[in-house]
Design a protein around this ligand. Structure first.
Ligand code: ATP
Ligand code: MG
Length: 404
């Protein structure tokens, strides 16, 4: 084992500057430097210390800065003089102090030979810099602790890019979940929709056969046919809108008409489950939203309500204006949600259904949050649940500040 020892003792040089006698002990396999001498001027250590591009510092056992190099000062924004009158605790971010002190204690007690951690210093200007910190203990010949040798590298840029990376990863996961949810909804709706389209198709076919038989058909046949074709068109357009991964497009939308379109899609499913959909819509309530996403939320909430009433029941959908908010309520007479389960609602993959994905509400919460709204749940076992969606009302002259 080799060691390099530098010891600091007080003194004066001829020029009056402080004299530095340093003994450093560096326990390293690769270097075989051993000197315990006056290194005031151009000692190898001081040169290394002075010219190192990495911030280096010697810290006393009670945390006082004893010596710092220029790179360190550049990083922290304090002059050497300012630092020497401070302790490392003074400039360590409060959230990182406990971990740092704990490591230092372990070093002092000889439990570890060195440590590395990511921490933050609070710069002179109050800004925060992230650093990679390496600390080792310098001891005397008898192994008694002398001071800490600290090396510091700025990793703020690295932290930032890691943050961006995490953010991108989060967005990607959200997008994937949203897409898989979209496919699931589309898949589940397909059966209902096939049924929904088959009815008007059957009647269209019947009327066409009548017309083919002779010229004396009634013009009202044509009106019915036209209405049936319109219905098919609405359904197909709605399905396409949901299945198509479009870019987010925020615009002013009428809540009532969005809900009506969604009800058209789910009517058959409701009928199959013996669920009656009732509506109480205040007209003219508009919000600033991505129509496609908002419809997804409404579908998710309606589907849940229908699924919560296996024996049938009523689903009341209300739209009200409450000051600056559009309040949309989905009130079912379903099984209800136990109180202790309420906080799990909306967590990814939380489902009590045999074939549930547990994604519907997570995606919905996400979408509503992105629209600066909230979802609130009230529920009573055996009585039913009310899911309330509150969203900022669209006012042409005054767009909700959250959207700017
Ligand atoms: N209206 C409701 N009444 C009772 N329980 C509900 C209601 N809405 C949601 N839940 C409960 O919350 C859980 C999570 O709902 P969520 O919509 O996220 O997933 P899911 O319906 O189980 O599956 P999917 O991803 O297919 O929608 C449900 O499994 C159910 O237990
Ligand atoms: Mg669901």
């Amino acid at each position: 084992m080799q060691r390099l020892a530098i010891m600091k003792t007080p003194g004066k040089s001829e020029e009056g500057s402080r004299k530095l006698l340093v003994t450093i002990e560096i326990w390293k396999e690769r270097y075989s430097l051993k000197f315990g001498a006056d290194v005031e001027n151009k000692s190898l250590f001081l040169q290394t210390f002075t010219y190192s591009s990495i911030g280096m510092a010697l810290v006393s056992l009670d945390g006082q800065w004893m010596k710092v190099n220029q790179s360190f000062c550049d990083l922290i924004g304090y002059t050497e003089e300012e630092l020497l009158s401070r302790t490392f605790q003074d400039i360590t971010h409060p959230d990182d102090l406990a971990a740092d002190l704990d490591y230092m204690q372990q070093l002092l007690e000889g439990k570890i030979e060195s440590y590395q951690m990511r921490k933050r210093y609070v710069l002179k200007q109050g800004r925060v810099v992230w650093v990679l910190l390496n600390v080792s203990m310098v001891r005397d010949d008898c192994g008694r602790p002398l001071y800490f040798l600290t090396q510091v590298q700025d990793i703020t840029a690295l932290k930032r890019s890691e943050g961006l990376l995490l953010e991108n990863e989060r967005k990607l996961t959200e997008e994937l979940l949203r897409n898989s949810e979209k496919l699931t909804i589309a898949g589940q709706l397909a059966a209902g929709i096939a049924h929904e389209i088959r009815n008007p198709l059957t009647s269209l076919k019947g009327f066409l056969q009548l017309i083919k038989k002779g010229p004396d058909y009634k013009t009202e046949y044509l009106d019915i046919m036209e209405a049936e074709l319109d219905r098919i068109e609405v359904i197909v357009n709605e399905l396409l809108l949901l299945a198509k991964p479009t870019d987010r497009k925020f615009e002013e939308k009428d809540v009532k008409s969005m809900l009506q379109n969604v009800i058209t899609l789910l009517e058959t499913q409701a009928l199959i489950h013996n669920v009656q959909i009732l509506t109480a819509f205040t007209p003219g309530v508009t919000i600033y939203c991505d129509e496609n996403q908002m419809k997804q939320v409404f579908i998710n909430l309606m589907k849940n309500a229908i699924e919560a009433m296996p024996g049938g029941g009523k689903l009341l959908i209300q739209v009200k204006k409450k000051q600056e908010l559009a309040v949309i309520r989905f009130i079912d007479q379903g099984c209800g949600i136990p109180k202790e389960k309420l906080k799990q609602i909306g967590s990814p993959f939380y489902s009590t259904k045999e074939d549930g994905n547990g994604l519907g509400l997570m995606v919905s919460y996400n979408i509503i949050e992105n629209h600066h709204g909230k979802i609130h749940i009230e529920s009573e076992i055996g009585v039913g649940s009310t899911f309330t969606v509150s969203l900022p009302i669209y006012t042409p002259s005054r767009l909700h500040p959250a959207f700017h």
